[in-house]
Design a protein around this ligand. Structure first.
Ligand code: FEO
Length: 460
């Protein structure tokens, strides 16, 4: 890819990787990605914002050199130091002896260990500025988006915000502009945007809401570190993030329980059913899922939505089946505080699996009871009773959530008369029951006539 001018004195100089299908070992990237970097020139000084993965360093240099000799760079601003952006920093420092790095204090610590050398560095705090000569960059602290080191860089003169991973997407778009996405591919971009959010920002939803609020007013261009820059889609992507990061509303205040299991001959399923029956009878909201027949996204959504998660696993060759480990792997381990989990299962010979899973749940910082619950082959009636008590013991480790009363004001569509009721929401279109009308995403439209939110008025 060549350098692409985005604004007067602002170029995209990053590198496309259309063939990548697995990003950072764990994340599918069906439409490739790009390692974005930006060159910003003022009247006197020049800054590079982000570097790239070390494998693409020479491509970065060649793009920069379409504008100026790389040795002329004065500053490198690292909004975040994960090695997909910082891997090339050491080589850049070698090439540019006068380069000063600007980054947050935690970024300095990370970068020193990534580059394995000391380097000229200016640590910046929220509100600090960098004068390039007629163009001033301002730094905005944005911790946990998605690392502790994250910051945004705001170029007020160009109304351009550099957000690193925030609002980004693994989607290789050669024009580097959201306006360049072919209309046929727009839905794939939007699907990848959600996938990216879930993988990268899912564990940091409160920080996402803070980050949205910290974006300056009047942003016309958002330069992310993966995927196309945003101009026409800024409002859309912000609305999506706000919706995806919004806390779930549970008007009934019930504890939620997910029972995730698999069962070759029905014995572990019988235990799962006994737990479900007992906890439902106790007034908890229970969802049971056989992982063999559920999509991975469904499993991880359930695992991460519930106050209590019980994993039911048989033992095969002294281990839990892969489907169970995949379900455990889907745990958002950043946010298990205050939640409880436990493992149970039937076995034939040795029965290690439930203990192995239970140990992993402890390591993930779930609250757990002392031991897993295990039964040899077919559970007896007494075993099912004990299973129910064991499940109650796990559920008792967490408090019931506060009951949240939805704002009850109903709204009516002025065109067709459809009534939006906060109590029921519009779950088919992503609006959870209990969502007040003012919290419904801006892009939501009337399910009957398709008119937008502005066409609604309070129902008298
Ligand atoms: Fe794209 Fe968090 O690095």
């Amino acid at each position: 890819m060549s350098a692409i001018q985005l604004r007067e004195g602002v170029w995209s100089v990053g590198v496309l990787n259309p063939a990548l299908r697995v990003f950072d070992i764990v994340m599918e990237s069906r439409y490739g990605t790009s390692y974005n970097a930006y060159l910003v020139t003022g009247g006197e000084k020049t800054a590079l914002i982000e570097a790239v993965h070390k494998d693409y360093f020479e491509d970065l240099v060649s793009n920069i050199e379409e504008i100026l000799p790389v040795e002329k760079l004065d500053y490198l601003i690292m909004n975040h130091t994960e090695p997909d952006h910082s891997g090339g920093v050491r080589a850049l420092l070698d090439r540019c002896p006068n380069l000063t790095v600007l980054c947050s204090s935690s970024a300095k610590k990370f970068l020193t260990s990534i580059a394995n050398e000391e380097f000229p560095c200016r640590v910046v705090k929220d509100g600090d500025t960098l004068d390039l000569g007629g163009k001033t960059l301002r730094f905005i602290s944005a911790p946990l988006l998605h690392w502790p080191d994250s910051i945004f860089t705001w170029d007020e003169a160009d109304k351009t915000l550099f957000t690193c991973d925030f609002l980004g997407c693994h989607f290789c778009e050669p024009s580097m502009r959201d306006t360049g996405i072919h209309p046929e591919f727009r839905r794939y971009y939007e699907a990848e945007l959600l996938n990216y959010f879930n993988c990268i920002f899912g564990p940091f939803k409160p920080a996402v809401l803070d980050g949205l609020d910290k974006m300056p007013a009047g942003v016309e261009l958002v330069c992310t570190s993966h995927g196309p820059t945003l101009s026409q889609s800024i409002g859309y992507v912000k609305d999506c993030y706000r919706q995806w990061a919004a806390p779930a509303v549970r008007p009934d205040g019930k504890k939620t329980v997910g029972i995730i299991y698999c069962s070759a001959y029905g014995c572990t399923r019988a235990l799962a059913d006994a737990a479900a029956k007992a906890l439902t009878a106790d007034g908890l909201q229970v969802t049971t899922l056989d992982v063999v027949f559920a999509a991975p996204e469904t499993v991880s959504a359930l695992v991460n939505a519930c106050d209590v998660v019980l994993f039911g696993t048989p033992t095969i060759n002294r281990n839990a089946p892969e489907a169970i480990w995949n379900a455990v792997h889907g745990v958002d381990a950043i946010n298990t505080r205050g939640r409880a989990a436990g493992a149970f299962g039937s076995f034939g010979w040795t029965g290690e699996a439930a203990g192995m899973v239970q140990e992993q749940l402890k390591q993930l910082k779930f609250k757990t009871v002392e031991a897993p619950f295990k039964v040899c082959f077919t559970p007896t009636e007494a075993d099912l009773t004990t299973m129910a008590e064991w499940a109650r013991g796990v559920a008792d480790l967490v408090k019931a959530p506060e009951s949240v009363k939805p704002k009850a004001q109903k709204y009516i569509c002025k065109l067709c008369g459809y009534i939006y009721d906060p109590e029921t929401g519009d779950p088919d279109r992503g609006v959870a029951p209990g969502t007040a009308f003012e919290d419904v995403p801006k892009l939501w439209t009337c399910p009957l006539c398709g008119m937008d939110k502005a066409m609604f008025k309070p129902l008298d």
